[in-house]
Design a protein around this ligand. Structure first.
Ligand code: NAP
Length: 272
């Protein structure tokens, strides 16, 4: 269970919250008393996420939408806000990924990732602003180490997540006056996630990553959720525009060494 901070009476929207790290964040808010909404494309994943969230104790609702579709985002976010009477915490973390070199990746594959991660983040934040509690709302974008560590086979994610962190910084400046804080969380390698399955598909690759993390373990979804709870809480009321790793120190150097090794673990030509 994540840390205890009281979020009773607060409404939390987690976009991309139907699995993995983001579902862990949604669960942590539910366990701490918040009303939680999650959004993703797959109905099956959404339903399974909602059963986990109900078990966590909070009121939970969900909607299916693709963040690339602005009108779907407008309808979904507006509907969720109407249901809750506003949004206190917004977590935006929908993302796609597949390992491929710049030349093996098709332009459509590049666009798909940039459109989900970066354009999707813009759609979600732009739409949600009208419904955010002002002053006081906390917006958290889920970034990735690829935003600032160049990684072979990850051109699309590197470009998209670097953009996401700039969305964080620019909107922190534009929205600060209305009392809305905007921060990025940068998870490190988190065990048992789709992201890790895709980027570290073998035991050897996972061991190499573990060895390259100064704290010598993979992260847990709860490690990321704890930072999200903190950033959304009054304890972080003077923090905005920050890009915060929760990665066991991986970005200090081990990640760069591992990035250079990455192509060894994939066959050339793989596009996923
Ligand atoms: P995940 O389980 O695949 O979660 C991705 C979520 O985004 C799912 O709910 C997915 O549901 C949703 N999604 C994907 N495309 C979407 C779209 N077009 N519209 C709406 N929702 C969409 O991934 P994860 O590995 O836990 O990663 C979660 C976040 O952490 C991502 O932002 C990722 O970049 C970041 N991150 C992960 C790691 C890691 O170790 N895993 C490390 C660093 C950063 P549907 O597919 O049903 O739409």
């Amino acid at each position: 269970m994540a840390q205890q901070i009281d979020f009773s009476g607060q409404s939390v929207l987690v976009v991309g919250g139907t699995s993995g790290i983001n579902l862990g964040i949604a669960e942590a808010f539910a366990e701490n008393g918040a009303r939680v909404a999650v959004v993703g494309r797959s109905r099956e994943r959404l339903e399974s996420a909602l059963s986990r969230l109900s078990a966590a104790g909070g009121e939970a609702i969900g909607r299916c939408a693709d963040v690339r579709d602005l009108s779907a985002v407008e309808q979904t976010v507006g509907g969720i806000s109407d249901h809750f009477g506003g949004i206190d915490v917004l977590v935006s973390g929908a993302a796609g990924n597949f390992p491929a070199s710049a030349l093996d990746m098709s332009p459509a594959g590049f666009s798909a990732v940039v459109d989900i991660d970066l354009l999707g983040t813009y759609h979600v934040l732009r739409t949600a602003y009208a419904y955010l509690t002002k002053p006081g709302a906390s917006v958290i974008n889920i970034s990735a180490p690829q935003a600032y560590i160049p990684m072979p086979l990850q051109l699309h994610v590197c470009a998209a997540k670097a953009g996401v962190d700039m969305v964080t910084r620019v909107l922190a400046m534009e929205w600060g006056e209305s009392g809305v804080r905007v921060n990025s969380i940068v998870p490190g390698p988190i065990a048992d996630t789709e992201g890790m399955k895709r980027l570290a598909p073998t035991t050897e690759a996972r061991q190499m990553i573990t060895d390259s993390v100064p704290l010598k373990r993979l992260g847990r979804a709860g490690d990321v959720a704890n930072l999200a709870l903190f950033l959304a809480s009054p304890m972080a009321s003077y923090i905005t525009g920050a890009v915060m790793p929760v990665d066991g120190g991986w970005s200090l150097g081990g990640l760069s060494a591992m990035a250079a090794e990455m192509p060894r673990h994939f066959k050339p030509g793989r596009r996923d």
